[in-house]
Ligand binder design. Structure first.
Ligand SMILES: CC(C)(COP(=O)(O)OP(=O)(O)OC[C@H]1O[C@@H](n2cnc3c(N)ncnc32)[C@H](O)[C@@H]1OP(=O)(O)O)[C@@H](O)C(=O)NCCC(=O)NCCS
Length: 292
C-alpha cells in the first residue's frame, strides 16, 4: 500500500508522542536556531492507517532555509517522507535544504540516499542551574539588561561570529546580508531578555540573551554569548552567561540548554566556555545539506 503524506493534526498527538515528538507546542528545534523560527510543521506518512514516520519541517523566510528535524520511523518510511518534504520546501522557495540527525540515527543513511551530505556539527549543551553567582564584572565593564539596538547588535554579531560561524555567512551570502538579517532578528526578538556588557563611553563589548524557547513550557534556553574579538579572554563571556543563569534561577528555572557550533580543530569555540560554566555536553548532531 502506498504512503499517504499529510501534515499532523492535534488528533495525532498520541501517535506522535509514541515517536517522542510533542506536537503542540512543538518540541525544541535542533540548533535552537533563530533562523528557523517561527514556521515549523510536523508531517506524517501513513500506510494502512498507521503512522509510520514523522518529520518536522522548519522553514525560515529570513534565511530561505528549510530544515528537517525530529526524523522518526524506520528508514524505509522516512525516505519517501523526507523526499516529499524536500520537494515541498523547494516549492516554497527554499534556497538551502538541511536536515539534522545523529550519526547513529537509523535515518542518517536514508538522508544520504536523498543527496544530503554532512557539512557541520552542532553540540547540545545542558546546564543544571544551582545558584549562579556572577560576582563582579571585569574591571571597567558594566553589565545591565537592555532593549537591543538592532544595528549595533548586528554589527557585533557579525564581528563575533566571523571565523567561528562561517557557515552562516556562507548561507546568508556574506557580511552585508548577514548584518541585515541579524538586524531583522534583533528588531523582533521572541520575548528574549538581553544583557549587554559595555565598556568605556558605553561601547558594546558583548551580549547574551535568554528566553523561553516557546516549545516546551518551562523550557528555557540561552541564545548564545557574543563578545567582540578585542574584548575576549577577560571574563566578559563568563560573566554574561552567569548573569543570564542568575536571572533564570530567580525565575525558578533549574535547567537551561543551548545548541552551538561544534569546535573545529584549533578552535575551541564557545563550547569550552560553556563546559567551564558547568554545562554538560549531552548530544552531538550532524547537520546535512542537500547538494545543489
Ligand atoms: C565564546 C565567547 C563568547 C567567549 O567570550 P570571552 O569574553 O572571551 O570569555 P571569557 O573571557 O569569559 O573566557 C574565555 C577565556 O578567558 C579566560 N579568562 C577569563 N577571565 C580572565 C581574566 N581575567 N584574565 C585572563 N583570562 C581570563 C577564561 O578562563 C577562558 O579561558 P579558557 O578558554 O582557557 O578557559 C567569545 O569567544 C565569542 O564571542 N565567540 C564567538 C561567538 C560565539 O561563537 N558565541 C557562541 C554562540 S552559541
Amino acid at each position: 500500500m502506498p504512503y499517504v503524506l499529510r501534515p499532523a493534526q492535534p488528533a495525532d498527538s498520541d501517535a506522535l508522542a509514541a515517536f517522542g515528538v510533542i506536537l503542540d507546542p512543538p518540541r525544541k528545534l535542533i540548533e535552537a536556531d533563530l533562523f528557523v523560527y517561527p514556521s515549523s510543521e510536523t508531517w506524517l506518512a501513513e500506510r494502512g492507517g498507521t503512522i509510520e514516520a514523522a518529520i518536522r519541517l522548519c522553514y525560515s523566510s529570513v534565511s530561505g532555509q528549510a530544515l528537517l528535524t525530529d526524523l522518526c520511523g524506520a528508514p524505509q518510511a522516512v525516505r519517501p517522507l523526507a523526499s516529499e518534504l524536500i520537494r515541498i520546501a523547494q516549492g516554497r522557495g527554499a534556497q538551502t535544504v538541511e536536515a539534522a540527525a545523529r550519526n547513529d540515527d537509523a535515518c542518517y543513511d536514508a538522508l544520504g540516499d536523498l543527496g544530503l551530505a554532512a557539512y557541520r556539527r552542532v553540540v547540545h549543551i545542558a546546564w543544571h542551574l544551582p545558584a549562579p553567582d556572577p560576582g563582579a564584572p571585569p574591571e571597567g565593564v558594566h553589565v545591565a539588561e537592555e532593549v537591543p539596538d538592532p544595528d549595533e547588535y548586528a554589527r557585533l554579531a557579525v564581528s563575533a561570529y566571523r571565523g567561528t560561524w562561517d557557515w552562516l555567512f556562507e548561507r546568508w551570502g556574506g557580511d552585508v546580508a548577514a548584518r541585515r538579517n541579524f538586524a531583522r532578528l534583533f528588531e523582533s526578538p521572541r520575548g528574549e531578555r538581553f544583557y549587554a556588557a559595555r565598556g568605556e563611553r558605553g561601547v558594546l563589548i558583548g551580549f547574551t540573551s535568554y528566553g523561553n524557547t516557546e516549545t516546551v513550557p518551562g523550557d528555557f534556553s540561552t541564545f548564545g554569548v557574543l563578545v567582540r574579538p578585542d574584548g575576549r579572554g577577560l571574563g566578559v563571556g563568563h560573566h554574561l552567561l552567569l548573569t543570564a543563569f542568575q536571572q533564570l534561577h530567580r525565575k525558578g528555572v533549574e535547567h537551561a540548554h543551548m545548541h552551538t557550533t561544534a569546535p573545529s580543530e584549533g578552535d575551541p569555540s564557545a563550547v569550552r566556555l560553556y563546559l567551564a560554566s558547568g554545562g554538560e555536553r549531552v548530544d552531538d548532531v550532524t547537520i546535512l545539506r542537500l547538494k545543489r
